[in-house]
Design a protein around this ligand. Structure first.
Ligand code: ZN
Length: 281
């Protein structure tokens, strides 16, 4: 299933995409795409619905973030060997983990703000993993049972805030609008092999990133298991699994975003995002 949220910011309703590609409303069926609604029992119930009996949604409509009530936004750094190389860093011996403020989350096609005093705002297309049921001390073999599905993430990053200021990466990763997610939460049955998906990103029509999740250092099952040794993962938590090469930091000379540009990015089977860059108010 392709699940989504539609409507104005803060007033989104849940929906799904039917077999003809039309959006149908899940309002009244579930409260939102959040918490227990992301669990295996709930997803099984949704899969049994006759989509034709659900109200069609007038399109075009704004799409919101594909998950609501995100408790934790966990990110993995340097998880593609060729991206680590372009960043001038070693491939880590175990996953590099950092967090992004959940206030950065926006819809897949919402404007992205270039923060005040930013000169190095950069892009990162990433496979996002949405947790569907609590995972605590799970093995790699059990890990995917706790995954509701996948989504496209743009892990926007301000490189000066991230790398040239003191302390952790979180300052460069958490600016408002730095986490577009969606358009869809694609359930796991529709993406049975998360380690074989093409992913790409273009700025103003120039393709900078063109990779495959097959070259991840640590795969999804490993990452979910690994993180669950340090903290419980809860329904609605998002794990962004790192970016392939081709970010602005890795260009020679480096290339960064300015207001008035357009990013397009996508992952095979998970849909596409389009964002316009604007100056932060
Ligand atoms: Zn990233």
């Amino acid at each position: 299933m392709k699940l989504l949220r539609y409507g104005p910011p803060g007033q989104e309703k849940p929906g799904l995409v039917d077999s003809d590609g039309r959006i149908r409303s899940l309002a009244g069926v579930i409260d939102d795409l959040a918490g227990a609604a992301l669990g295996p029992d709930s997803l099984a119930r949704l899969a049994e619905l006759d989509a034709g009996s659900l109200d069609p949604v007038d399109e075009p409509v704004r799409l919101g973030p594909c998950v609501a009530g995100v408790g934790k936004f966990l990110c993995i750094g340097l998880n593609y060997a060729d991206h680590a190389a372009e960043s001038g860093m070693e491939v880590p011996a175990e996953p590099v983990v950092f967090m992004k403020a959940t206030s950065a989350i926006v819809g897949p096609n919402d404007d992205v703000e270039i923060p005040r005093r930013s000169e190095k705002t950069d892009w990162e297309v990433e496979l996002g993993v949405v947790i569907g049921s609590t995972a605590k001390y799970v093995s790699e073999e059990e890990a995917l049972d706790h995954v509701a599905g996948y989504c496209v993430v743009n892990d926007l990053s301000e490189r000066e805030f991230q790398l040239e200021r003191l302390g952790q990466w979180v300052k460069g990763k958490s600016c408002d609008t730095f986490a577009p997610i969606g358009p869809y939460l694609v359930t796991r049955d529709e993406a049975p092999d998360p380690q074989n998906l093409g992913l790409w990103l273009e700025v103003d029509g120039h393709r900078y990133q063109d990779g495959s999740t097959s070259t991840m250092v640590f795969g999804v099952a490993k990452l979910v298991s690994y993180l669950s040794q340090f903290m419980s993962l809860q329904p609605g938590d998002i794990l962004s699994t790192g970016t392939p090469p081709g970010v602005g930091l890795g260009q020679k000379p480096q290339v960064y975003l300015k207001p008035g540009q357009q990013m397009r990015l996508g992952i095979e089977g998970l849909g596409e995002q389009t964002q316009r860059t604007v100056a932060a108010p």
